[in-house]
Design a binder for this molecule. Structure first.
Ligand code: FES
Ligand SMILES: [Fe+2]
Length: 426
């Protein structure tokens, strides 16, 4: 058995044997889901050392717009200042540490700390110390303002931040998955798209249950059987169309922990509306690219976001066994309103809080955490399709729809980062 520890790095011995990969098996230690010490290291070595998705540009479109976010567990405020610039300010007052902004979103050029009233501009600059005359004359000269995330990137409207100044450029971080991200953004012909305010759900389980699930084609026939039978029964989608996913769909993986589940043609629109939509794509991009764009994908950008056909799903770890997820409807620009109306209805019906599919998944994440209370269960398996993946000319891996190919990619990146001594990973 060989532990996956990258060459040339100082391996942390506590993690060296948590993933086991051989030609015939791929196992993950259950401690990855249950051990609070592992969770604490994940926050440092994964969430604070790489790029984290924080928002879509449409959420902070106007000067003064802001949104509170988290990078791992560190609170921050994404702002757009008067100069049009995006700022990621750490949400901790320079006086005694209180969170200065408690709202989820809004528009303001400044923030006043609720505790003792210090005021900061939305660039982070400290502009007012309340009751200033109680301090020595030169007090505060060295306090510039709020701390900032050292790196912020905007990739075609997707905003990422990093607490690690040494991360590579965002294009390099996306790497092989970038072409799928481009296809996703191009669903809005020539424009950027918008996300709406999210619905959120929490579950009593580890964050990686959600990360593993979004590109898992294996469970669909089983966990979502009631959905599939209901749609078949009412003639909405015959069972053979559902079964077709299993033949035509693909899993895709590559470096950096990203992964893709490719499902088939976009759904959720009536045939006439879909034809109209496809025609507008073809006009903007040509027939071949239009076909590639009009494909349903769940694109995971390691470690915290899924770009799905209808929505953006952001994963927020809270504790080793508690996670919150924000699901934003992704509204297309440059398309007839009926396209968005039908897509939104479809999202509600499938993944909304009372949808036929989403609640099945959320329930199973808690169920996974409960199962792992069995102390004799030391390992879980991610080996499906290990012997039948294809390496494409560009190095990308392609697998059967039901294979655990992207999950393995996720865990290879996870163990790579967890094994590297702090400060050594970018
Ligand atoms: S903690 Fe913010 S003003 Fe005191
Ligand atoms: Fe599911």
């Amino acid at each position: 058995m060989t532990a996956v520890v990258p060459d040339g790095v100082v391996g942390d011995p506590r993690y060296a044997d948590m993933i086991v990969e051989t030609p015939s098996e791929f196992r993950v230690s259950t401690r990855a889901y249950t051990d609070p010490a592992v969770f604490a290291d994940e926050m440092r070595r994964v969430f604070e050392s790489t790029w984290i998705y924080v928002a879509h540009e449409s959420e902070v479109a106007q000067a003064g717009d802001y949104k509170t976010v988290n990078i791992g567990q560190q609170p921050a405020i994404l702002t757009r200042s008067q100069d049009g610039k995006l700022n990621v300010l750490m949400n901790a007052c320079r006086h005694r540490g209180s969170v200065i902004c408690r709202e989820e979103r809004g528009n303001s050029n400044s923030f006043r700390c609720p505790y003792h009233g210090w005021v900061y501009e939305n660039t982070g600059r400290l502009i007012g110390i309340a009751l200033r005359n109680g301090y020595p004359a030169d007090f505060g000269a060295d306090i510039e303002g709020l701390h900032k995330a050292p790196r912020v990137a905007n990739y075609r409207g997707l905003i990422f931040a990093s607490l690690n100044p040494d991360v590579p450029e965002i294009e390099e971080h996306l790497g092989w998955v970038r072409k799928y991200v481009d296809l996703w953004i191009d669903m809005s012909p020539g424009q950027m798209g918008r996300v709406l305010r999210p619905h959120r759900y929490g579950y009593h389980g580890n964050w990686k249950f959600q990360a593993e699930n979004g590109f898992d084609g294996y469970h669909f026939r089983f966990l979502h059987e009631s959905n599939n039978k209901t749609l078949d029964h009412f003639g909405v989608r015959p069972m053979q169309v559902t079964n077709n996913y299993l033949v035509a769909g693909r899993t895709r993986a590559g470096d950096n922990g990203h992964g893709v589940l490719e499902i088939g043609e976009l759904e959720g629109m009536q045939p006439a509306v879909f034809d109209q939509y496809k025609a507008s794509l073809a006009e903007a991009y040509g027939a071949e690219r239009a076909k590639a764009i009009a494909t349903r994908r769940h694109i995971f950008l390691f470690p915290n976001v899924y770009l799905m056909d209808m929505n953006v799903r952001v994963i927020q770890p809270l504790a080793v066994d508690r996670t919150e997820v924000y699901s934003h409807y992704f509204s297309l620009d440059g398309v007839p309103p009926i396209v968005n109306e039908q897509r939104l209805r479809d999202l509600e019906q499938r993944l909304g809080t009372t949808g036929l599919i989403g609640p099945d998944d959320v329930e199973t994440f808690g169920s996974g955490q409960s199962g792992m209370r069995v102390t004799t269960l030391k390992w879980v398996n991610q080996a499906r399709g290990l012997d039948r993946q294809t390496v494409l000319p560009n190095g990308e891996l392609e697998g059967h729809y039901t294979d655990e190919l992207p999950q393995r990619s996720l865990y290879r990146e996870w163990i790579r980062r967890m094994s590297i001594a702090p400060g050594g990973a970018a």
